[in-house]
Structure formats: C-alpha cells, structure tokens
Design a protein around this ligand. Structure first.
Ligand code: ZN
Length: 550
C-alpha cells in the first residue's frame, strides 16, 4: 500500500511539473518578499509623492534605471540609455495676481485664486462678461433635457453646477455629454467667454473644514492634450470644434466656491445646497439670467521649461522572427506630490505597479516569450499621461509591431480575490481569453470584474491610465486595476494598506499573460470594435477611441 501511494504521488508531482513547465522558472522569481522589499523603498513617503517633475521622482527614476542595469536588462532606446527624456513646461499661477471680481450696481467684490476659485490655467489673460446660470448645463435633446435652450451665451460668463445625475438616470443620457468637460465644451461652442463650475457639496464641505480644495486638479477631470508635450492641458477642445461662435482664446474654465457662487447668483448658500440636492435626485435646476452682474477673471501664470524621464528596458524575444514583435508591460512611477501640506505617497497608486514591473522584468530574464517585451516605467501619468503619450509617439520601431499593452496601475487594495480588467475585451477577444486561460491554468483564480471596461462609463476609466495612448493607435490593451478606494489620491494611500498577497497574484498573472500572448505565432487579432481592424496611426481618427460624443 505504502509503495502504491508513493508512486501515485510521484506521478502527480511529475504531472504538475510538466503542466507548468516553461513558465515555472520565471514564476518562481516573483516573491512577496521581493515585492515588499522594493515597496518599502519606492512606496515610502520620503519620496514626497513623486511629483512630475521633482527631485524625488528623479531619484525613483534613477533607482529603476540603475536596477535595470544591475540585473542585466537591455536598454530599449537605440541610443543605449534606459532613460527617455521628455521636455515639458511647468506652469504656476500667481496667487497674488490672479483674481475674480463680481461687479454689480452695488459695487464689486474681489476673490483670490486658490482661496475662492481654482482651475487649470496655462496662459495669462483676462475675460469680462455678463453672468448667466445654466443649472447642470446638460444638453441631451433626444431625452428632452436641454439646459441651454434658447439661451444666448455669446461672450457670457456661464455658471453651472459640477454635479452628476444619479446612476439610475442613465437612460437620460449615459454618454460623454454627461461629464463636466463635455458640458463645458458645448457651452464653449456657443461662444461663452468662460465657464465657472460651482464645486460639489463634498468639496465645499472640505473647504469649510479648512482644506485647500483648489490647489490640485480634481482627478479624472483633466481633458487630454495629445498634441502637446506640455505638462497639463491647455485647450484640447480647440481642435475638435468648428463653431463660428467661438470667441478668440483665451477661454477660461474655473471652479468657484459657494461663497463666490452666492455672490454671483445673489442667493444664499443654502439655496445653492438645495440646487445640488435637486440634481442628486435627478431634478432639473432651472437656468437664470442674472441681471446687471458682470464677472471679471484675471489670471497671471508663469511658465518654465523642465524635463522628466521614462525608464525603458527591453527583453529580446527568444524567436529570431517573432522577436520583432513587441509586448509593452508598463506602470507609471510618478504620483501627485504634496497637496495642502500633506504628502500623497501613492503606495497603491502606483508604487504597486512600479514594483510589480520590476518583478516581472526579473522573471522575464529567467524565462521569456518568443516575442520581445518592452518594460516601461512611465512618468507624468498623473499630469495627463505625459510619459506613455511621448513613448508611443516617439517609437524607434513601427507602432504596428506592438502586439499589446499590459498596464498595471494600482494593484494592492480592495477585495483580495477580485480584479478589474479594463479594456481587455474591447479590441481583441484573444487578449481577454489569454488572461482567463492563464488565470485558470496556473491556479491564480482571481475573479474578474468588467464594470469599467466600457467605452461609455461616466467615469471613463478606460481612458484614464497609460494603456490609453496605446489604445489610440489600435493596440489591444488592458489595465489591471484593483479599483478605487476612499484613499485614492489622498494622504491615506500608504504602504500599511497594501495587500501583498493580492499584489503577488496580479504580478504573476501579468507575467504569465505576457508569456501566453508573447508565445503566440501571430499578433492578437483585432476582432471586437469594427472601427479598429489594424494597428497604426490611422486609428487616431477613430471617434470611439477618442471620446464618446454624439
Ligand atoms: Zn495611477
């Protein structure tokens, strides 16, 4: 009996060795111990939030590049460097000289930048116009909702509520027009001089508690400027409109506190709170022409040139022909710096992805696929995907040769057994299938959630990390994402909250997915979006990949 047991267990053991042979050696090098080791350094608050650009981000960049050299990775760039320098410019708004004035027959009141209003300003200038209030500023004619109906907005300063309709009102227009940016675009196209959005109740409350709510740009709000390498986003809308009404630049978009709103609308703050309450219930807030009220916005900025760097390494594929095709595995190593005196450490966002990528690179040195792998640590993701955008637009290889982009951004929080796959199923069924196959075959057994894998989700998650610049070129891409938490983009995103078991699972999954995809004899098929059937620059014109606008 004993002998029989032994031989059975030997057979089982042999079988399991055979079934995972190939990827076993590489997989073994990915350990929780090493994840913790690198996280303790790169996720530390001493990096002061790895702001783009900053000395601390440069130290992280050097650490990664130096590590690549030490472990024996090759540089991806033809000049033999691990570092890809990106010229950027940094714009600072003068708090003393930037102000908003409300002028009525009774006199005028002056409000100051950062204290009472804020915004993403990249040029100096001023504007002056009659105030008009447009409620939510939403237009969806098919659904019978039109806040701008019969309004003359030309040259006006338009005030609106920065709020969203409740989720159950998707039927009303679960489209891009839902978002603040697109509402502002529509108003701008009608010739408005400026749009002032009244901050939502949440942010107003924070302001009342003494927080500086205008010091940073609210996440997910930044329109994407793909035609400039500047830090941040001046006016992406200029290209896409041909409205004859649009006045000459500058056009201003600012956020205002309830104090300012109350002065312009001439209503008490409680009434403004009531308007937000209405919108949250899905009730339309009526427009209002405000008689004899002028708003003057005066902005002064100072712009200085700077540089920031990607770190790019290469693992050459094992097949002499297939090595000319590439898989990009990426993660951004920057974060948000310091806000209101507090360090936004970004342990989950995105020290986790940064460190996972180190472990994957190391595994690939042990066991690699037939196709080549580009290991990319991108800078400036939080400031508008600066690094990934620059990378994909300045390739030394044909973009058509990039098979897929596997992006890791936030891997260590939320449900230990579940993971959001964002975009894996939106361009190629093969990409999604490869992730599923790997997950099952190697017993990783994560449950996948596709909530954000949606072109028209109001949070636009598909468009919100470093996979997106790749998607614009028709490259099937996926963002491995643990999901948002209350600590997202706050001082509470710290090492103590990282789930290393979960992070380990995802790291293995991404490595094995690269092995699976990279060992296929052909590029992944583009078989989902009928508008995207081949990789390349021509996809930049593809509307569904740019925005979901009607
Ligand atoms: Zn991130």
């Amino acid at each position: 009996m004993k002998q029989l047991f032994q031989s059975i267990s030997i057979i089982i053991l042999l079988f399991s060795i055979i079934s995972v042979s190939g990827q076993n050696k590489g997989l073994k090098t990915i350990t929780e111990k090493e994840l913790r080791y690198h996280m303790d350094f790169l996720g530390a608050s001493e990096f002061r939030g790895r702001e783009t650009p900053s000395t601390e981000l440069e130290i992280a960049t050097l650490y990664l590049g130096n590590w690549c050299k030490n472990v024996g990775l090759k540089p991806f760039l033809p000049n033999g460097s691990f570092y890809q320098s990106i010229p950027i410019s940094v714009t600072k708004v003068s708090t003393a000289n930037s102000r908003l004035r409300v002028i009525t027959e009774k006199g005028e009141e002056t409000y100051y930048y950062e204290e009472s209003f804020g915004g993403n300003f990249y040029t100096s200038g001023s504007c002056y116009g009659d105030a008009i209030f447009v409620g939510l500023g939403l237009v969806n004619k098919e659904k019978g909702w039109d806040d701008l109906k019969d309004l003359d907005l030309f040259g006006k300063v338009v005030i609106l509520l920065d709020e969203q309709l409740p989720d159950n009102q998707f039927a009303l227009g679960f489209t891009y027009s839902y978002r603040l940016e697109s509402r502002i675009r529509a108003i701008r196209d009608k010739g408005a001089a400026a749009v002032l959005s009244i901050v939502n109740m949440d942010r107003e409350k924070k302001k009342a508690e003494g927080q500086v709510i205008f010091a940073d740009i609210p996440s997910g709000r930044m329109p994407i400027q793909y035609d400039s390498q500047r830090r941040g986003i001046p006016a992406p809308l200029a290209k896409t409109t041909d409205s004859p009404l649009r006045p000459n630049l500058p056009f201003f978009q600012a956020e205002i506190s309830h104090d300012v709103a109350s002065a312009i609308l001439r209503v008490p703050k409680s009434e403004i709170a009531g308007m937000f309450e209405s919108v949250s219930k899905g009730v339309q807030v009526p427009c209002k022409v405000i008689p004899k009220t002028l708003v003057n916005l005066n902005i002064e900025v100072k712009t200085t040139p700077a540089t920031t760097r990607n770190v790019l390494a290469l693992v050459e594929g094992s097949d002499p022909v297939l090595k000319n095709e590439y898989i990009v595995i990426c993660a951004h190593h920057d974060h948000l710096g310091i806000s209101d005196g507090e360090i936004i450490a970004g342990a989950d966002d995105n020290a986790t992805g940064t460190v996972a990528l180190m472990e994957i690179a190391q595994a690939l040195l042990t066991e690699k696929p037939k196709q080549s792998v580009i290991i990319a640590w991108f800078t400036g993701e939080e400031r508008g995907y600066i690094g990934s955008h620059y990378f994909i637009n300045n390739l030394s290889i044909p973009v058509e040769k990039i098979n897929t982009c596997l992006n890791m951004d936030m891997l260590g929080r939320n449900n230990p057994d579940s993971l959001y796959l964002v975009g894996s199923d939106l361009l190629s069924t093969e990409l999604d299938a490869s992730i599923h196959k790997t997950n099952k075959q190697f017993g990783i057994n994560l449950g996948f959630n596709y909530k954000y894998s949606n072109l028209i989700h109001p949070q636009r998650v598909y468009f919100r990390s470093d996979q997106y610049p790749h998607i614009r070129f028709g490259i099937p891409s996926v963002w491995f994402f643990c999901g948002f938490t209350h600590d997202y983009h706050t001082p509470n995103d710290i090492l103590e909250f990282i789930d290393y078991k979960k992070m380990l699972k995802i790291t293995k999954l991404v490595y094995l997915t690269a092995m699976e995809v990279g060992s296929k004899p052909k590029l992944l098929k583009l078989d989902v979006n009928p508008e995207v059937t081949s990789r390349g620059k021509h996809n930049l014109q593809t509307k569904s990949l740019y925005e979901n606008v009607k």
